[in-house]
Structures are given as structure tokens and as C-alpha cells.
Design a protein around this ligand. Structure first.
Ligand SMILES: Cc1cc2nc3c(=O)[nH]c(=O)nc-3n(C[C@H](O)[C@H](O)[C@H](O)COP(=O)(O)O)c2cc1C
Length: 345
């Protein structure tokens, strides 16, 4: 039996396997009201039937102006709870654990009326120059994250993940490239960490499941002023101290310049290993992990605790069944007998 497809206890969750569907924006909210649509039930439901152990819903906005686009899911109002709850109930009924990524786009909020960021630095010309957040803005957004955590609790999610990666608001605070503040939220690494640190106790008071964060461990900038791996390891240690249960390790997205880096199967996994050197909480790996043998190797050698399959699961809802065939994992069970009849023997 493979580690990839066998049950696991990770970050306080009982999972039926170690395959995670990472958050992926679907931009499917045509009414622009942030509410779950029939598409979401079908899209996520199909992956739950495909036996994904943990599904993390796409970046979901804690404020209307925090949406990456107006077609994003939202959790800024109590009106969002019922739709999210019925989606969670459906996915639970199919045996998946369910998370939600809580996000704010900051300077990368494409349709924001009042676009805010730690500093008045544009992502690019299309997005325009954001307004530098006042301390009152900071407190309001922190409260919005905490309120979103409470709604996620009411909707029955097993975990929440703070979107601290890919150049969105939390990432903008953490990186010196995008945070030029002169007050206690900018300058030193400790100060840049303060935005997320201050909200964690409130988030944890409002949500009693597993609390994760996604980080981009490099901005792929060679100017010498981005966080180093050692800085990210320190952030990881503080996050563990402050109650985070798992670090979802990604890279990039902070800057508009496309990094000229080699991209190959497992290219981001070394960043997960570096984070695991620093923390004792689990860490996930993501990024072209479509080879089940590579995934099994990363798990067996303890370079990652969970494996995230993004685009692979968009292409193939039966990714796990195919992985079981490749790994000769005869213990793996598809959803039911009818699905069993559909397997190529
Ligand atoms: C369509 C699409 C939407 C995405 N949306 C998000 C998102 O909402 N939040 C996030 O953290 N990452 C997002 N990502 C990044 C994925 O979670 C994942 O890290 C990335 O696709 C690399 O994994 P993969 O090679 O398995 O696809 C998105 C990726 C895709 C393809």
C-alpha cells in the first residue's frame, strides 16, 4: 500500500489519503455576489467522488474589495454561509475533508474600487497604484479575516487556510519588496510579520479546526531585497509558535515579471523540505507533482507530509485511481461498485 493513497492523521485531520486539491480560483460566480453556484457543487463534488482526501476551496474573499476578480467566491457576509455549508455537507458526504482558502488580493485585487496595500506600489500598470493602508484599514482587514473564520466554522469546514502566497495581501506585508512601511507593520521581519501575527489569536478563537497558511517561499527576485529562505524559516517558526497547524508551501506571484526559472516535476518541493527543516508542524508540497512515483518518493523520504495536485485534478477527476494503478496500490478503492466497473483492468 502506498503512503500517497493510505489514510493519514495530518494537522489534526483524519484523511483517507495524502492527496490534496489545492485552492484554485474558478471565477465562476457570474452574479458577482460571492455565492456558491451549481458549478461549484459539480466541480468540487466530482473531485470528492474521485476520492481526493482533502479539498481546499479556491481563494475566497474576506472583503468585497479583496476579491481577485468580481467572479470570486466570497465569505465577507453571513449571506454566504448557507451556500458554503451545503457545499461542505455534500463533500463530506462523499468522504472528503474540506478546507477554504481565505484571501484578500491587496494590490492584486483586479476590480477593487478602493484598492489597498501595505505600500503605494503598483503590481503593474493595469492594476494601478494602490492606496497605502492606514492602521484603521489594517485593523479592519484583520477583523474581516477573523469574521470570515467564524463564518467558516459555521459552514462546517475542517480547515481554513490563510492565503499568504502569490503576492496577495498577506504576502505583500511579509515581503520587503512590497512593504516599504515606516510604522510597526514595516521594516524588520518581525514588523512585517505583525499583520498576520495580530490576527491569528482572533482567527483561532473563532475557528476550532485546523488553521493553515500558504506561503510563497521565494519572489524570484534577484535584487537582493526579498526574504531569504532563512527569513521564511523564521516566519515558519513564528507561525508554529502562534498556532498554525500546517504550512502550504508554494513560490512566486509577488512580482509581475515572469521568473526565468526551470519548471519541472517537483520544482517547488525543495522549498517544502527547507521549511520542514525549521518547523515540526506538517508542510505540503505542490507544483507539477503529477507523477505518483515522485509523490511517493517525497512522502517516503519525509520531504513533504501531503501532496497537492492542482492542474492534474482539473484535467483528470480520476487522478487517484490512475495513480493507484501506477503505484500497484490494490488497497485503493474507487467511489463505489459502479465506478469499480469503469476501471481498466
Ligand atoms: C486555475 C488555477 C487557479 C488557481 N487559483 C489559486 C488560488 O485561488 N489560490 C492559490 O493559492 N493558488 C491558486 N493556484 C495555484 C495552485 O493552487 C497550485 O499551487 C499550482 O497550480 C501548482 O500546482 P499544479 O502544478 O499541481 O497545478 C491556481 C492555479 C490554477 C491552475
Amino acid at each position: 500500500m502506498s503512503l500517497l493513497l493510505s489514510p493519514a492523521q495530518v494537522a489534526g485531520l483524519s484523511l483517507k489519503n495524502r492527496v490534496v486539491m489545492p485552492p484554485m480560483c474558478m471565477y465562476a460566480v457570474e452574479k458577482e455576489d460571492g455565492k456558491v453556484t451549481p458549478f461549484h457543487y459539480a466541480h468540487y463534488g466530482a473531485r470528492a467522488i474521485g476520492q481526493v482526501g482533502l479539498i481546499i476551496l479556491e481563494a475566497t474573499a474576506v472583503e468585497p474589495d479583496g476579491r481577485l476578480t468580481n467572479n470570486d467566491l466570497g465569505i465577507w457576509s453571513d449571506d454566504h454561509i448557507a451556500g458554503l455549508k451545503s457545499l461542505v455537507d455534500e463533500l463530506h458526504a462523499f468522504g472528503a475533508k474540506v478546507g477554504i482558502q481565505l484571501g484578500h488580493g491587496g494590490r492584486k485585487a483586479a476590480n477593487a474600487i478602493d484598492r489597498i496595500a501595505p505600500s503605494a506600489l503598483a503590481y503593474n500598470q493595469d492594476y494601478g497604484v494602490p492606496r497605502e493602508m492606514t492602521v484603521a484599514d489594517i485593523k479592519r482587514v484583520q477583523n474581516s479575516f477573523a469574521a470570515a473564520a467564524k463564518r467558516a466554522q459555521e459552514a462546517g469546514f475542517d480547515l481554513i487556510e490563510l492565503h499568504g502566497a502569490h503576492g496577495y495581501l498577506i504576502n505583500q506585508f511579509l515581503e520587503p519588496l512590497t512593504n516599504h512601511r515606516k510604522d510597526s507593520y514595516g521594516g524588520s521581519l518581525e514588523n512585517r510579520y505583525r499583520f498576520v501575527q495580530e490576527m491569528l489569536p482572533h482567527i483561532k478563537a473563532n475557528f476550532n479546526g485546523s488553521v493553515w497558511i500558504r506561503l510563497s517561499l521565494t519572489a524570484y527576485d534577484d535584487s537582493g531585497i526579498q526574504n531569504t529562505i532563512e527569513d521564511w524559516q523564521n516566519i515558519g517558526r513564528w507561525l508554529e509558535r502562534d498556532g498554525i497547524d500546517c504550512i502550504d508551501v508554494s513560490t512566486g506571484g509577488l512580482l509581475d515579471s515572469r521568473p526565468n526559472i526551470p519548471v519541472y516535476g517537483g520544482y517547488q518541493a525543495p522549498y517544502t523540505s527547507r521549511m520542514k527543516e525549521a518547523v515540526s508542524i506538517p508542510a505540503t508540497a505542490v507544483g507539477l507533482l503529477n507523477s505518483p512515483e515522485l509523490d511517493e518518493y517525497l512522502l517516503q523520504t519525509q520531504q513533504a507530509d501531503l501532496i497537492e495536485i492542482g492542474r492534474g485534478l482539473i484535467r483528470n477527476v480520476n487522478w487517484l485511481a490512475d495513480a493507484a494503478a501506477i503505484l500497484h496500490d490494490h488497497q485503493f478503492k474507487v467511489y463505489n461498485n459502479s465506478y469499480e466497473r469503469g476501471q481498466v483492468k
